[in-house]
Design a protein around this ligand. Structure first.
Ligand SMILES: Nc1ncnc2c1ncn2[C@@H]1O[C@H](COP(=O)(O)OP(=O)(O)O)[C@@H](O)[C@H]1O
Ligand SMILES: [Mg+2]
Length: 462
């Protein structure tokens, strides 16, 4: 089943020709919503209500209040006989407080966030285990992306470790150039991740539409990706699946409250790993972007992500990848056969020599020869980034040189519905297994809801 670990680049060609409009998708989703609501109704016994804190809080100040009055004006208190009333009140409140405490104890291990707390608006992407939705958190109107992953598909693809790992790594990271996590939860059929919503779509969609990017656009994108990677590496995590599908465009702007699209963030930590010295067996990834040392089952380190970054630069400059082929073996043979380099004659008009040099150094087959092998400073110090305004980029004060159309859907609805159909077939074949406790228990501990509202607000200001 090894091949199931590999992710081939989606061939989202001709993505400008959309057959389904957002409203058509909306109609399809209404049906899904109805089905989901029915499912929620059936799940009510298993999905408890959120914790109740209100009564508990009320009881404490009330009793403090009555004792304060008593000490200040004891003689008057005696005449008006408030003591008896407040004692009664005290008993009632004490009783309510006890109930609230008991309820709290009962609910302690139960999820605070669940599916029916969100309005599902429409599908914005699709992955190996299910759809990604634009959702609204009913409680506060906040918009998020929700990655829904079918347990049946996860089991069918032998990927329980990957999804548990994704949730664990995500919860240790928080950065303006990553898609950050807010909540994780599950029901009987699915796992859910609630993430930053990136309304600009992914770079596979945009490169499909544009065919190539300009030098300025490519440098800007690569710089954003670099900042996300530099942070992940500082936390000892390798992404290992950097490719256009996993790079999404963010709305942004701080100057005079202006907002524009075009900052890139890294998403999909499905095969990310914390660095271990002995990792030659970790061979997941996407052939074409996968570093040769991973392909050849050798121990590998942070430089694998810089190789993928180089492939992206090459693709954005020339409209093709350096090593192509239909199978993993084809691509491996090509990598082993020769070191691809951008030749002087291939550099497009208006692109600098420095750009080609930067990309050539990233796509080095031998990790030790690769830019970034000795640390991220090697990328920052390259002449292509001479005088680059890194701190302005970090603060998102630069205007992106690529601004996608804000009025269009930035995703390929046809591609989504095709992949959804394939997923649904597999789900049907494997869903019976979800009845087994031994299967469900493999997902235990997936929930994460310990982010306070304050943290959420901070996140959204990135
Ligand atoms: N936070 C997000 N905002 C907007 N779109 C997203 C977001 N996360 C993912 N997507 C879209 O959904 C697709 C699938 O999500 P991804 O996390 O890559 O799933 P998988 O691990 O199955 O590949 C992505 O290629 C992207 O187009
Ligand atoms: Mg992906």
């Amino acid at each position: 089943m090894k091949s199931l670990n590999y992710r081939f680049p989606h061939s989202r060609q001709d993505s400008g020709q959309m057959n389904l409009t957002r409203s058509q998708l909306g109609q399809a989703q209404q049906v899904t919503n109805v089905l989901n609501n029915r499912q929620n109704e059936q799940n009510i016994d298993r999905s408890p209500a959120p914790m109740v804190h209100g009564l508990h809080k009320l009881a404490v100040p009330s009793s403090q209040q009555s004792s304060a009055n008593h000490s200040k004006k004891s003689s008057i208190s005696k005449q008006q006989q408030p003591k008896q009333i407040s004692f009664l009140n005290y008993l009632i409140l004490k009783d309510k407080s006890q109930i609230a405490q008991d309820e709290e104890k009962e609910n302690i291990n139960e999820p605070v966030v669940q599916k029916n707390m969100f309005n599902f608006q429409f599908v914005i992407g699709i992955g190996g285990f299910g759809k990604v939705w634009k959702v609204e958190y009913k409680k506060n109107g906040q918009i998020y992306a929700m990655k829904e992953m079918s347990k049946a598909l996860i089991i069918a693809k032998k990927s329980v470790n990957s999804v548990m790992n994704e949730r664990n790594i995500l919860s240790n990271l928080k950065h303006p150039f990553l898609v950050n996590i807010y909540y994780a939860f599950q029901d009987r059929e699915n796992l859910f991740l609630v993430l930053d919503y990136m309304q600009g779509g992914d770079l596979r969609y945009h490169i499909g539409k544009m065919r190539r990017f300009t030098e300025d656009q490519t440098r800007f994108f690569m710089a954003c990706i670099f900042l996300g990677l530099e942070y992940m590496h500082s936390k000892n995590s390798l992404h290992r699946d950097i490719k256009p599908e996993n790079l999404v465009l963010d709305k942004h702007g701080r100057i005079h409250q202006l907002y524009w699209l075009g900052y890139v963030r890294i998403t999909d930590l499905g095969i990310a790993r914390n660095l271990r010295p002995e990792n030659s067996q970790d061979t997941s990834g996407t052939p074409g972007y996968m570093a040769p040392e991973v392909m050849c089952r050798q121990n590998h380190s942070f430089a694998v992500d810089y190789f993928a970054l180089g492939v992206i630069g090459y693709e954005f400059m020339l409209g093709k990848r350096p090593y192509t082929g239909r199978t993993r073996k084809d691509i491996r043979d090509q990598i082993l056969a020769k070191q691809v380099q951008i030749k002087r004659s291939e550099i497009p008009d208006n692109w600098s020599l420095e750009s080609a040099d930067f990309i050539n150094r990233l796509i080095q087959r031998k990790p030790a020869n690769r830019l970034g092998f000795n640390g991220p400073h090697e990328l920052r110090q390259h002449s292509w980034f001479k005088n680059f305004p890194w701190s302005k980029l970090m603060n998102k004060e630069l205007k992106s040189p690529y601004i996608p159309n804000q009025n269009e859907d930035n995703f390929d609805a046809r591609q989504i519905s095709m992949e959804d159909e394939e997923n649904n077939e597999l789900i049907q074949q494997h869903s019976i297994m979800l009845r087994r406790n031994s299967i469900q228990s493999q997902f235990s501990g997936y929930e994460m809801d310990n982010f306070s509202e304050k943290q959420n607000t901070l996140f959204n200001n990135f």
